[in-house]
Design a protein around this ligand. Sequence first.
Ligand SMILES: [Fe+2]
Length: 403
Amino acid sequence: MNQDEENQIYEQKLQAAFGSAAGFQAHLAASGAGIRFTGIDLCRPLEDAQVSFLLDALSKYRIVCLAGQDLDRFTLAGFERFANHWGAPIPHPNNFTRGGKPAQQDGASDGPIELIPYAERTAAAVDKTFPGQLRCLSHESPTVLVTSNFRGDVKDAETRVTAGGSWHTDIEYETLPIYVSMFLAHRSPLSRNAPGGTWVPESAAETPHPYYEGSSKELMRLRLQLPLNGETAFADTAAAFEALPAEEQRDLEVRQLRRRLNEGDEGWLAPLVRTNPRSGIKSFHSPIWASRPKVRPAVEVDGMTPEESRAVLDRLEAHILQPQFRYDHLHVPGDVTIWDNFMTLHNSPPVKSNITSIEDARLLYRLSCKGQPCLALPRKDDPAWLEAHVAGGYRTPLEMLDT
Ligand SMILES: [Fe+2]
């Protein structure tokens, strides 16, 4: 079957599930990753067959974009309902404290949590920046992380450029890692007034970065090559695995990484390579020596010294960050973009901060899920499982599922 015939069959299946208005554009990335669907309205609850179709799409394409949600009708409650199909949505550490301490800090990772009042969360500050022009979608769920490059009044400040982050996957430092994360885009930067016609200048790569000293020049160059228009940077760890010689694949497949939540913990072993249960595709999960420098301990390859671990993982990171496995995803307002954290790495781009023009505003909402997908809602997660793996044992309130 050639590509055209394959596309035709896929389109028939898509339209059988979602109706004749549904369309797709596949292989957004040169590596083969990424699919963008149009004509799928997430305001409506999904049927089992529709959920199943989307789960299959993610297991194959690693990154799935459901374009064009109507932000006048779609709510963050609807977004959280949608997330429930992928896994149990987890409260974001920025939205709660534990024993009065910020949840991202060193410390306990279980036990009761205190939700930070809405007025003290990013969403409330965001609303003050462009009054009458831009407000966060209303919603007080602790699972939604508001990602923005503005937080309140900045009248006299000068616009700056803030460097991107470090390559990572979401919450890989817990025994049950997040497997799916998703963004709903509300606003993307429109200005392109940096030299070279981009949003931020190329020199953003020279601003201070979070990495430890001691990696090779080439790895640092690859790490800092980040998109300049506010895109989320992805690396396809399935294609990167696939590209290695069979012998190296076999060697890496049996490797385990010792992960630790906090320095001094004994930690636990987690596989370096995972097999997607739906598609059978193999990929690296968070194959990074220190993906959260100075926040979480570096990982060790089981049976290796810390120095050997770093050498092996830095080499792997340099392999994965090569341009042929990279994809910069432009967020268009109304797009929901989902990625599989077991099959990708991602990074935040350099952004303008202290902005005074709404043309520079970047506003996204993020949700992340753990555990198994679920066709029909509500989810039936065991309370003991929730208690063990989801902060505060959180579950989406039933009234939100009825939205
Ligand atoms: Fe992330």
